[in-house]
Design a protein around this ligand. Structure first.
Ligand code: G16
Length: 543
């Protein structure tokens, strides 16, 4: 390591003394003004990770669903997955080393991981559309060059596109071509192949309204449109030309508020979807003839996809184990439907796609979705191979072969590296077209239990610790007992609390048999959090 280079460069990206930040649910996230040194240091760390793995590493500058004034950064491991917990720990260590201790902190990691510093390093960098992203991604690039790494700056890309590029690069193109064009070509070709299996698809059925959250997803949908060869007609709203990023729009707003986004023209009965700020989440919705809003969240997406895959596996006569991975936020009705009616294995993981991804890897086919619309499908190598063999089998009967070919195109439309709003949208649209299914029919598969999500401000959210995939609180003392007592007051009720890993809040979730009960329970649990976990800013008010 050239210590002089690192010292000189790091002096241009100084750490505010005393500032402590944590690598959270999806990397570092906070107000953009506090992040310059973090970005530089993540450039350093990505370079070390690349030397260690002898592979290309990704760095994405984004704060996804957070407001415009925030920003953040996450590291992408060689196969496009999130960086490992040990390296998350290094990220936190490096981020919090005071300026004069930075070289020592770097040396510790190099020693601990026995990194050969003469090994070459390659880092792919991407950024979202926030005004702060340009200078922050420049700081990442400075970090990479300070340790002599090579970089490729993809500029404006969605988070899942960057994950995809990293995976393509490290599989020497087997997963696809490591270009944005290659990404569109692969996904759109698979989509067009899939929709050839849809009979009598009308123009109305091919139409979808997309809320781009005034973010990068909107730009990328525009770019992709020509590759779709008019097989999908997209009306794009909140494309960033006027509104503010994620402000009263986007997947997080729609899911949490259970309301349509502003800035979108919605005709009754029409299929609509919202992306989040970096296009790794998607939720669908429509309004009925009475103006009532209907949300189809990540749980409904997981149900649609897993039903489709299960049917195809049956038709193909292939015996593969399929499972759905959810989090504590999954609506109770979805879990019941998946387990009792569909008879698929359901697992509950902690919030954060890294946890779901990991759990999904244990199965031949792992469908993972957070209720907030973040998710994808993973196929094991063995599963892909079985499907490929059948698709190429010249003596297999037509129905089995057709199912295997459909499964192959399904695999190709999916971005298996991470949840991807664009890829998920294409898959959902293809499934609805093939099954000739309306959004209303999809919605009717099961009925969600009414639910409510709230946020509570506390002085230090680390006061709350959880267990059992975040379904129970172990601290502060008395909180879980209070929640248990409150839940007993309502029918079909459930509630849990957890510290957010992306915002400085405690999240509260409640569901019950009626919306009034869900709202009341969420409010009462919020009060318990406020009183027992050091609430600030005034007690939560009833809804
Ligand atoms: C990120 C994570 C998601 C997580 C969400 C909220 O989403 O990638 O897995 O569900 O944050 O996390 P928390 O409740 O800990 O704040 P995104 O879309 O913002 O990157």
């Amino acid at each position: 390591m050239n210590c002089d280079d690192v010292s000189k460069q790091s002096g241009l990206h100084p750490k505010p003394p005393g500032l402590v930040l944590q690598y959270g649910t999806a990397g570092f996230r906070t107000n953009a003004k506090l992040l310059d040194h973090i970005m530089f240091r993540m450039g350093l760390l990505a370079t070390l990770r690349s030397k260690k793995t002898k592979a290309t590493i990704g760095v994405m500058v984004t704060a996804s669903h957070n407001p415009e004034e925030d920003n953040g950064v996450k590291l992408v491991d060689p196969m496009g997955e999130m960086v490992t917990p040990t390296w998350e720990g290094y990220a936190t260590q490096l981020a919090n080393a005071e300026q004069e201790d930075l070289l020592a902190a770097l040396k510790d990691i190099i020693e601990e991981e026995a990194i050969n510093m003469s090994q070459e390093a390659d880092v792919f960098v991407g950024k979202d559309t926030r005004s702060s992203s340009a200078s922050l991604s420049k700081a990442v690039l400075d970090g990479v060059s300070a340790l002599g790494g090579r970089n490729k700056d993809y500029g404006l890309v969605t988070t899942p596109q960057l994950h995809y590029m990293v995976c393509c690069q490290n599989t020497q193109g087997k997963y696809g071509e490591a270009t944005v064009e290659g990404y569109y070509k692969k996904l759109c070709q698979a989509f067009i192949q899939l929709t050839k299996n849809a009979s009598n698809c009308t123009d109305d059925q091919k139409h979808l309204s997309v809320d781009g959250a005034n973010g990068i997803g909107a730009l990328k949908v525009r770019e992709m449109e020509s590759y779709l060869k008019k097989e999908l007609h997209i009306s794009l709203f909140n494309d960033g030309s006027a509104g503010k990023l994620n402000h009263q729009c986007g997947a997080d707003f729609v899911k949490v508020q259970q309301n349509p986004p502003t800035g979108m023209k919605i005709n009754s009965g029409e299929r609509c979807c919202s992306f989040d700020g970096d296009a790794d989440r998607i939720v669908y919705y429509y309004t009925d003839s009475e103006g009532q809003f209907h949300l189809l969240d990540g749980d409904k997406v997981a149900t649609l996809i897993s039903t489709f895959l299960k049917e195809l596996l049956t038709q193909a006569g292939i015996d593969l184990e399929i499972a759905v991975v959810q989090t504590a936020y999954a609506n109770g009705s979805s879990t019941n439907y998946l387990e009792d009616t569909m008879k698929v294995i359901v697992r509950c993981a902690k919030t954060g796609v890294k946890h779901l991804h990991h759990a999904a890897q244990e199965f031949d086919i792992g469908v993972y979705f957070e209720a907030n619309g973040h998710g994808t499908v993973l196929f094991s190598k063995a599963a892909e191979e079985k499907i490929r063999q059948l698709a190429e089998d010249s003596i297999a009967d037509d129905e089995r072969k057709r199912a295997a070919l459909l499964l192959q195109d399904t695999i190709n439309v999916i971005n298996q590296t991470v949840g991807d709003a664009i890829s998920d949208m294409l898959l959902i649209e293809a499934i609805l077209a093939i099954r000739g299914m309306t959004i209303q029919q999809w919605d009717a598969i099961y009925k969600d239990l009414p639910n409510r999500q709230l946020k509570v401000k506390v002085s230090d959210r680390r006061a709350i610790d959880t267990t059992d995939a975040e379904r129970r609180a172990v601290s502060p003392t008395g909180l879980q007992e209070a929640i248990d007592t409150l839940v007993k007051k309502y029918s079909q009720a459930r509630s849990f609390v957890r510290p957010s890993g992306t915002e400085d809040v405690v999240r509260v979730y409640a569901e019950a048999d009626t919306q009034e009960s869900a709202d009341a329970l969420a409010h009462e649990v919020s009060l318990a959090v406020y009183r027992l976990a050091g609430g600030v800013g005034g007690e939560p008010k009833p809804l």
